[in-house]
Design a binder for this molecule. Structure first.
Ligand code: NAD
Ligand code: TDX
Length: 335
């Protein structure tokens, strides 16, 4: 693999993946296709080796632009997505355009061009909530919010292109990811940056929903491992193996920032809030991958990154973000 198209490479996980790929494989050139939505940020790419990285501002929902960007590539890795559940609850049409139609365009371009690998980055959310035990790749999908439904739609299209046209599609389903460069709408960077500013931390419902936390570099290594060692037509779970109730994450963040629990504000719950996510990644582990970051260290490292990189997030937490924040939280009252 010499030329890899990475979509959504100006976002959180995508930019970390581009960095990981360029640092790990000196022979690889990355073509980074990103629309630069509110979540895309060229600041995430500042330190990359420009001689092996080409940035193309384009929409994956634009079939022609996508086909052009993929010309001559060996593989495409799709991170581009509308990715925030709360925004999908407010208005889902962009989620359908990118997460379903955009994926369709990638599949069509791969079909026309004979692309050797198409990796679709997906999420543990497609399974829905599980009270006990952990989902395996053979379990049926049961998405319960517009975001996860759109991700499941993209996946199913991908699998259909594998079965119908033989397109070498591989799917990964990662768990809740955290680390540097995450847009501060997501719970961890939102709570860290609010805590730094002595602003309340809006904890949904009873705070006992469980998420499985995966450090971003572990997620990137998992996607890369599936890309290089996975079998076309297969799905691979990527679990962090760090299940925590939201309240435990919140108190850990406050401890790392050095603030007390009085900043916690229980607010009205998210509609359709999945209680617990849990996946089993035995299948990817059998290919030689495993998560390396321990949760306490990962959270501490991430908090430190936000403390040391105010230049990155302070300008984000203005304009569009503040409008969104007001809309999302103004009327939530208390839980
Ligand atoms: P993000 O919102 O930080 O980044 C998404 C990127 O995609 C942005 O740079 C944005 O500009 C770009 N983009 C959006 N629509 C586009 C379009 N139509 N054309 C081109 N670019 C477009 O998201 P993230 O958290 O980095 O997630 C990346 C991928 O990983 C997504 O597919 C998401 O579903 C998946 N995922 C995320 C998590 C998580 O916890 N963040 C967990 C599992 C899977
Ligand atoms: O203000 C908040 N208060 C709160 O209690 C926010 C933003 C979230 N939460 C809770 C809801 C969830 O139980 O924290 C948990 C995590 O929420 P998010 O950061 O919004 O993530 P989640 O909804 O779990 O989805 C994430 O993981 C799977 C990513 O955003 C998805 O892109 C990914 O697919």
């Amino acid at each position: 693999m010499k030329r890899i198209v990475v979509t959504g490479g100006a976002g959180f996980i995508g930019s970390n993946f581009v960095r990981y790929t360029l640092n790990t494989y000196p022979e690889v050139h990355v073509v980074n296709v990103d629309k630069l939505t509110y979540a895309g940020n060229l600041d995430n790419l500042k330190d990359l080796d420009a001689s092996r990285h080409t940035f193309v501002q384009a929409d994956i929902a634009d079939a022609e632009a996508m086909a052009k960007a993929m010309e001559g590539c060996d593989a495409v890795v799709n991170f581009a997505a509308d990715s925030h559940v709360d925004r999908s609850i407010m208005e889902a049409s962009d989620f359908i355009a990118t997460n379903v139609r955009g994926v369709h365009n990638i599949l069509e371009a791969a079909k026309a061009q004979g692309t050797k690998r198409v990796l679709l980055v997906s999420t543990d959310e497609v399974y829905g909530s599980i009270a006990e035990g952990s989902f395996r790749e053979t379990d049926p999908v049961g998405p319960r919010n517009p975001y996860s439904a759109s991700k499941a739609g993209g996946e199913l299209l991908g699998l259909s292109y594998f079965h119908t046209f033989g397109i070498p599609v591989i799917i990964t389903r990662g768990s809740n990811t955290y680390g540097p460069y995450q847009y501060p709408e997501k719970v961890l960077p939102l709570f860290v940056t609010n805590a730094i500013d002595n602003e309340p931390l809006p904890l949904y419902g009873d705070g006992k929903n469980v998420r499985d936390w995966l450090f971003v570099e572990d997620h990137c290594r998992g996607v890369d491992h599936a890309l290089r060692h996975g079998t076309p037509g297969e799905i691979y779970n990527i679990a962090g193996e760090n299940e925590r109730e939201n309240i435990a994450l919140t108190t850990k963040i406050l401890e790392c920032v050095g603030k007390d629990d009085s900043l916690i504000r229980p607010v009205k719950d998210r509609p359709g809030h999945d209680r617990r996510y849990s996946i089993d990644s035995t299948k990817l582990k059998a290919l030689g991958w495993e998560p390396q970051m321990d949760w306490e260290t990962g959270v501490a490292l991430t908090v430190k990154w936000y403390q040391e990189n105010e230049w990155w997030w302070r300008k984000i937490k203005t304009g569009e973000f503040l409008e969104y924040y007001k809309r999302q939280y103004a009327d939530r009252g208390s839980a």
